[in-house]
Design a protein around this ligand. Sequence first.
Ligand code: PAF
Length: 274
Amino acid sequence: MRAYSSYKDIIKLVNKVDSVGLVPTMGSLHDGHLSLIRRALSENKKVIVSIYVNPLQFDNNDELKKYPRDIKNDLQKLETMSDILAYVPNDNEIYQKDEKKKKYNFGQFTKIMEGKMRPGHFDGVATVVEKLLKMFNPSNAYFGEKDFQQLILIKALVKEQKLKVNIIGCKTIREDDGLAMSSRNKLLNSTDRESASNIIRLLKKAKQLYKSSTLEETKINILKDALMIDNLNLEYFEILDTSKLSGFLEQEEEIRAFIACKVGNIRLIDNITI
Ligand code: PAF
């Protein structure tokens, strides 16, 4: 692995390589990221791992400030991997002074769930991902299914911008008790960490209930159950056919349950197919 702060240095090294993978991250790398990186390495000759906490996708300054950062540790995790180019830009490399996020219109699916709870978040994500994809022109780019709505957004972005990259969604990697791996998990104190393990329990319960109950009954049951969990405040719980999430894309029909909650002060999301 070698680390670069200028994209131009990376381009010089990869412009003759016939398959380049891109794994965009905001750092604080965990096993979920490492599984994306390993998959990218198995499918490409060179893999660019970008590590950049994108200010334009945060709801407010507090959230941005408390986002975990550990660049030294991140680079150590990548150190022994060959064919990795770590891209570690500063704000000036990515954005012009006072640059604002672009405004996109990907329809209704960016106005529900994460789009509704975090107005402007998806515009911020799409702004930085569009820049990274256009900078490096990778053959393949890898994103986790934990952020399922983000994955669909990026597929819609690629279609709208007519980019020639395959967007590859990768399964969520979980802790032993089922909590989806996330950089934010390390911000949970021990009591909240225990409460957070209920997130997957609620999703699995919904999967069971949905087999024999209506959508409404399932949702009410989950909402009641969530109320009993210490320090867990549900923001939304939805069961949706993901093929209907975006009119921009042809997706196979697949029913998924989605959850977002605050555990203590930490916002967590997860989803499973049901
Ligand atoms: O999922 C993330 O970590 C971020 O949203 C991404 C895709 C790296 C863009 O900043």
